[in-house]
Design a protein around this ligand. Structure first.
Ligand SMILES: *Cc1c(COP(=O)(O)O)cnc(C)c1O
Length: 355
């Protein structure tokens, strides 16, 4: 079946083997077979995320887990680190749930620096921060490892990390970094269809949840934990994703974690070099994403026309996000895309644009 190959920052291209796994006949979610599937997947996720802590599987897109993380762990006041559409939206999720939150805002294209966070946390006003590792709207990769160092000074402040477009493309050592909640929907670097989100929760986060009121029901960490103890989920989960995730985790292990992360670095370097040669990079230097490149449209090309032409070759890239729609375009290089796919894409763009 001919379809447009996706080089957009989510959903990403899914291999036929994974689509096939999604089509596995259903099993009961309270059955022994399901419990077996659950216990098979679980240690693979812990291993891949370098955590001995809890890993929840959310039947929702990433946004569900973002909302859940603030509902479950913020009792006092949240610091929302905002640098683009997704981090901005996390702030809205907090305030619209009645959670007190203050923005720590930088211009789109700029990164959140550890000292900015330190400055705010020194006040003692906050018991959580929301931090987007890879801001997909601007192509900025915020300095997670450096921020984690600062967070170690504030052990009582929950460190909530959206790793949506980074997890499975970039190494994230959840326990070593002291991340309390680390979440990602599987339609980005996991290269699976949307509908499932992986979300870690530290011991501290679970203890904190016990002190927080109005956690809701569907995504209450403590209810989820109770079902986890039976190797189940609170409600009927997206069972097709469980089969597919099990298959994908095996394929990721076969490739080798480090090989996977290296492949992402290689693809990023190729696209960044291409963008610097023919256009410019949108993110502030030194903070370019390893999973997608946000290209500054310095030639004033029509991104829509480029995509129409790419479409004739069954390929699509992404325009800029929201207010950056015309000023930038985005090429995703994550998931199961290979270096050769990326080279082919860039050659095609060169020939279309006469570069
Ligand atoms: C895609 C994305 C989201 C939203 O994900 P959904 O799965 O659509 O809810 C949130 N944050 C980041 C950084 C993203 O890239």
């Amino acid at each position: 079946m001919n379809h447009k190959k996706l080089f957009i920052p989510g959903p990403t291209e899914v291999r036929p083997e994974i689509l096939q796994a999604m089509a596995t006949p259903q099993i009961g979610h309270r059955s022994k077979e399901f419990q077996n599937l659950y216990t098979t997947i679980y240690p693979k996720l812990q291993d891949f995320l370098y955590t001995k802590g809890q890993v929840f599987l959310f039947t929702s897109s990433s946004t569900g887990a973002m909302e859940a993380s603030v509902r479950n762990t913020v009792a006092k006041r949240c610091l929302s680190c905002m640098c683009g559409a997704f981090s901005d939206r996390w702030h809205t999720m907090a305030t619209s749930n009645g959670i007190e939150a203050d923005p720590l805002q930088v211009e789109w294209g700029k990164a959140i620096k550890p000292e900015m966070i330190d400055e705010k946390l020194k006040t003692g006003k906050y018991d959580a921060i929301t931090f987007v590792f890879n801001e997909t709207s601007t192509g900025v990769m915020n300095p997670l490892y450096e921020v984690a160092e600062v967070m170690k000074k504030y052990p009582d402040v929950m460190f909530l990390v959206d790793a949506v477009s980074a997890m499975a493309g970039v190494k994230i050592e959840v326990d070593k970094l002291g991340i309390d909640v680390c979440l990602a929907g599987v339609q980005k670097a996991f290269a699976m269809p949307a509908g499932l989100t992986i979300c870690t929760a530290s011991e501290k986060a679970l203890k904190k949840a016990a002190t927080v009121k109005n956690r809701g029901y569907y995504f209450d960490f403590l209810t989820m934990l109770k079902y986890h103890e039976k190797n189940q989920t609170t409600t009927t989960p997206t069972i097709p994703h469980f089969f597919a995730l099990n298959a994908q985790m095996d394929d990721i292990a076969k490739e080798g974690y480090d090989n996977r992360f290296e492949r992402h670095k290689k693809m990023a370097k190729i696209v960044q070099d291409w963008a610097k040669e023919h256009f410019a990079l949108f993110p502030e230097p030194g903070y370019e994403s390893l999973t997608l490149t946000c290209v500054k449209n310095t030639r004033g090309i029509s991104v829509a026309d480029l995509n129409t032409e790419l479409g004739k070759h069954w390929i699509t890239i992404s325009n800029g996000y929201g207010k950056l729609k015309e000023q930038t375009f985005r090429i995703a290089h994550m998931g199961d895309a290979q270096v050769s796919d990326i080279m082919g894409l860039l050659e095609l763009i060169n020939s279309i644009l006469g570069l």
